[in-house]
Unconditional design. Structure first.
Length: 387
């Protein structure tokens, strides 16, 4: 069983008069898995003299002392060192990067600096000694940053004390990074986005895939708005029609990548053709996905707005229903129902005219509802009770 390690060193080129390049990956905590800077040095020395070093970093940091040993080893090397921050360079991993002649970093990677920290056991004197040691470590780290960036000590102390995280462009603006690469190159090199076939993944490339986002929007669109009332169902149909039109337009654009892009990009990565055309198509594809993401967001806002309109109308319908129920309760409380008025016995004598007027008032008030209907019914009831 192979021993785990936080670094990997391999030789590239070197055949038929080509310059020998050391490809180094630091993809874990420096000093972990029982591997030390000595092991790092021995494996690099085993390659012999190299003219270039390609250092790929994706590390949270680690041992300060092992980190310094690697930093000094790279600084002393006659080879041209290019550091590439693939995803994360934090803590001591950023110091190692400072030893490179060039530092490349994608915009969507992260670069984090902070003050050194650690644990100590002992009395007050031991604690003071350890605090002094941490101050010395901080001074050395600050000097490495200053040598690369040209920033003064006060600015660096401020950034380190705040535990500052930088994107690619932010790190470049302060001088920690020399070149900001396109985010898609990072995805291709690291295999961070999985959407292509397994053989393409082995070549180191995964194209972006927005199908999951489209399906999520489709599921949201297909949820019923409401079946509370007949009017609510009608509105739901209108929302669904609009949402389906938006969804179909987005799915049509996302469903298929440009013809042949997968094979051309794969061929570029494994060296069967030039990479410039593939990079151009990757950039174009990235632009298209960005546009589609905006359309997805816009469609979600439209659906939310329509749902809000439905909710408002449903609230109005509920209020009207409550008002009708209130009138019915008042009439019931009075012990009289309007539809029963014609079945009540008619009085005789002088009250006939007054009663007829009351019945007419009930008929007129029935169209208006509310308090007027209640008052008219109540008056009619009182006149009929006299009989």
């Amino acid at each position: 069983m192979a021993t785990k390690s936080w670094f990997n060193i391999q030789a590239r080129s070197g055949a038929e008069g080509q310059p020998l390049v050391a490809a180094i990956e630091i993809y874990d905590e420096i000093g972990g898995w029982g591997k030390t800077a000595k092991d790092f040095k021995n494996e690099l020395a085993a390659l012999g003299d190299v003219e270039g070093i390609e250092l790929s970093i994706h590390s949270p940091g680690g041992s300060v002392l092992d980190g310094w040993a690697i930093y000094n080893l790279l600084k002393a090397s006659k080879a041209h060192v290019v550091a590439k921050i693939d995803g994360l360079a934090a803590s001591m991993a950023t110091v190692v990067a400072m030893a490179a002649d060039e530092v490349h970093m994608p915009e969507n990677a992260f670069f984090m600096i902070h003050n050194p920290s650690g644990l100590a056991i002992g009395g007050a004197e031991e604690m003071r000694d350890y605090a002094d040691l941490l101050d010395k470590m901080q001074g050395g780290i600050r000097a490495a940053y200053a040598g690369k960036t040209g920033l003064d000590d006060d600015k660096l102390d401020e950034l380190m004390a705040a535990e500052t995280w930088f994107t690619g462009s932010e790190a470049k603006e302060l001088g920690f990074v020399d070149v900001v690469t396109d985010a898609l190159e990072m995805a291709a090199l690291d295999g961070l986005v999985a959407s292509c076939a397994e053989d393409l993944t082995k070549s180191g490339l995964n194209l972006p895939d927005n199908h999951a986002e489209v399906e999520e929007i489709e599921e949201t669109i297909e949820e019923p708005v409401s079946d509370l009332t007949e009017h609510g169902e009608l509105i739901e149909e209108e929302v669904t029609e609009v949402a389906e039109e938006i969804s179909e337009e987005i799915v049509d654009e996302v469903a298929e990548p440009p013809a042949g892009i997968v094979e051309r990009v794969k061929a570029a990565l494994i060296g069967r053709s030039g990479g410039s055309d593939a990079r151009a198509e990757l950039a174009e594809l990235h632009s298209r996905y960005t546009t589609l993401e905006a359309k997805l967001a816009e469609s979600a806002e439209i659906v939310d707005s329509l749902r809000a309109d439905v909710a408002a109308k449903e609230e109005n319908l509920q209020a009207m229903s409550a008002e009708r129920q209130t009138v019915l309760d008042l009439v019931t409380e009075a012990g009289f129902a309007p539809e029963a008025a014609a079945e009540l016995p008619m009085p005789d004598g002088d009250d006939v005219g007054e009663l007829a007027s009351a019945e007419a008032a009930v008929q007129a008030a029935s169209a208006k509802g509310g308090a007027e209907l209640y008052t008219a019914v109540k008056r009619l009831q009182e006149l009929r009770e006299k009989e």
